[in-house]
Design a protein around this ligand. Structure first.
Ligand code: TAP
Length: 517
């Protein structure tokens, strides 16, 4: 296929060129969709050196959608070389920051023009419910690109009064510079959004990038690559390499020319990555890792709202949500009523084909994940937690798992401590009035990603917000993330922020210049 691409000249002036790539064409969700299935290196779609491929599986019916080229270390080396040249001497390195922003705005516009297509691809590849994919997976990605496009020409240092070397004077100023060539490795739960959260900040700061999407859900990243060419990114600025973590991901983390690695994924792999980054060339690293976020519900809350938001806090994106409310603590005085209402609502969730407009709950992302959820629930039952509903695979084709609620969960239990990353609500009771006790229990975890509290008492809400050891605290709401607000965890949920102004710092270095005159 020949696609049209824009070549950026200067100050937004463009000319058109053509890029060639093989692409997969489907008619699905009442529309034509197409996307490349090759590696994207130096502005071109190419086959992997090894000629090996990965199957992309549709979790709704377990069919193979297509095969995608699988990057090896050799391909990573090629992409790194391209990104290095683009950073050091390419058009990107010479362009003004404002022009960089223009390309990013154009990319956001193209993503918006293709939002139905992107959401459809996300839906068949990851099982995301189409309506949610439109609003969140794709919608928030578009917003992220626009938000960071706006930052490009607002990144600046400061002037600092230092002691003069009398009789002369001194002037010290700082410059915020891009780090250089950055690697990004992302998970499968929000494939396009995780790419966007990291890459938009990285490119706004002026870096170039080599990125590896999760092997099980790489398709929107490849469609994104196609759109990036049309938007006018010069060759080598963006390189996208589907492949496995142990091969392509590891090669990026280990590469001596990569100066920064942005990672989102599990805590276990985060530890491996940090070690690899240290051993190779001490590259800078930011880690957005797992969570087991506590949600505390006090008896003076708006109960209807707490039930609704508690349910969404757990089941949003079929639980494949890093900030999912991993554990609910409900005050004893309202515990039974809360459970009754939340179980009733959970049972009403419409499970089915994610492309159908009335579906609320789609299939889990891939088979191994589904199997882990089955096991997670089996452990919960064995340990003596009470299974109120769900707990099993749905009896149909596809990786569907029943929305599940456990009660009587005690602190020592596996399901109270470990992240499920699936549609499993874990409810524990706390003694009426025991604010410090419940905070202690909520903090008794090595994770510290997010948290929530429902209460009408502003003093108590602020007290909990202060004492909770997590990077995000929601009060009388949940899952309310925004591109302008920093997002990231404490403790073993990692460090470094995505989104907001703070995310830029992850991809910048500060140079200090001192003059004497
Ligand atoms: P992981 O298994 O950690 O995988 C994440 C990415 O790392 C994948 O692309 C994976 O490749 C790659 N990878 C695996 N081993 C690697 C290695 N040795 N070197 C370099 N890369 C490697 O996580 P997942 O299962 O995809 O995602 C679920 C986890 O992500 C959950 O714990 C969830 O909480 C967390 N998460 C956190 C956040 C934030 S913002 N904190 C957001 C979303 C998800 P493969 O494709 O081969 O697996």
């Amino acid at each position: 296929e020949f696609g049209e691409a824009i070549v950026l000249k200067s100050r937004g002036e463009t000319s058109k060129t053509e890029v060639q790539h093989s692409s997969i064409k489907l008619y699905v969700n009442n529309m034509d969709v197409s996307f490349p299935n090759q590696l994207f290196i130096n502005g071109e779609f190419v086959d992997a050196e090894s000629g090996t491929v990965l199957d992309s599986v549709n979790p709704t019916d377990e069919s193979v959608i297509c095969q995608v080229q699988r990057a090896s270390k050799t391909d990573v080396n090629k992409a790194v070389q391209a990104a290095k040249v683009a950073f050091e001497s390419g058009e990107w390195s010479k362009m003004s920051a404002r022009d960089r922003g223009l390309i990013m705005y154009r990319l956001a516009d193209l993503m918006e023009e293709h939002k139905e297509e992107l959401a459809t691809i996300e839906s068949i590849d990851s099982g995301a419910v189409y309506t949610l994919a439109l609003k969140t997976h794709v919608g928030m990605s578009v917003e992220t690109w626009r938000y960071f496009a706006g930052w490009c020409d607002k990144i600046h240092g400061s002037t600092i009064p230092i002691s003069h070397a009398r009789p002369n004077k001194n002037l010290t100023f700082t410059k915020k510079e891009p780090i250089g060539l950055c690697g990004l490795v992302t998970p499968w739960n929000y494939p396009l959004m995780m790419l966007s959260w990291k890459m938009a900040a990285c490119l706004a700061a002026g870096n170039t990038v080599v990125m590896k999407p999760a092997q099980v859900s790489p398709l929107t990243a490849l469609k994104f690559a196609e759109l990036s060419v049309k938007a006018g990114f010069p060759p080598g600025v963006i390189n996208i390499l589907p492949g496995t973590g142990s091969e392509a991901g590891n090669a990026i983390a280990r590469h001596p020319d990569v100066r920064k690695l942005g990672f989102t994924g599990s805590t276990g792999v985060g530890q491996v990555i940090m070690r690899t980054c240290a051993d190779s060339n001490l590259k800078k690293v930011s880690l957005e890792l797992g969570g087991k976020s506590p949600l505390i519900i006090f008896d003076d809350c708006d109960l209807d709202r707490a039930v609704r938001m508690g349910k969404n806090g757990v089941f949003f994106n079929k639980g494949e949500n890093c900030i999912a409310a991993g554990r609910l603590f409900v005050e004893a005085s309202i515990h039974d009523e809360f459970v009754r209402r939340v179980v009733e609502r959970t049972k009403k969730l419409v499970v089915g084909d994610p492309l159908k407009r009335d579906t609320q709950h789609g299939p889990q992302n891939h088979k191994e994940h589904l199997e882990k959820l089955v096991e997670f629930c089996a452990i919960g039952v064995k340990e003596g937690a009470k299974l109120e509903c769900g707990g099993h695979r749905v009896n149909r084709a596809g990786y569907f798992f029943e929305p599940t609620v456990f009660t009587n969960v005690e602190d020592h239990m596996y399901i109270a401590r470990e992240e499920s990353f699936g549609p499993i609500m874990v409810i524990s009771k706390f003694d009426t009035g025991d604010v410090d006790g419940v905070i202690r229990r909520a903090n008794n975890t090595e994770f510290g990603l997010a948290s929530g509290v429902f209460t009408k008492d502003i003093n108590r809400a602020l007290y909990v917000a202060e004492k909770i050891d997590a990077g995000t605290v929601f009060v009388n709401t949940y899952n309310k993330t925004d591109v302008a607000a920093p997002f990231g965890g404490f403790k073993q949920s990692g460090f470094g922020k995505d989104l907001g102004e703070e995310a830029l710092n992850e991809y910048l270095k500060t140079k200090c210049v001192t003059l004497e005159y």
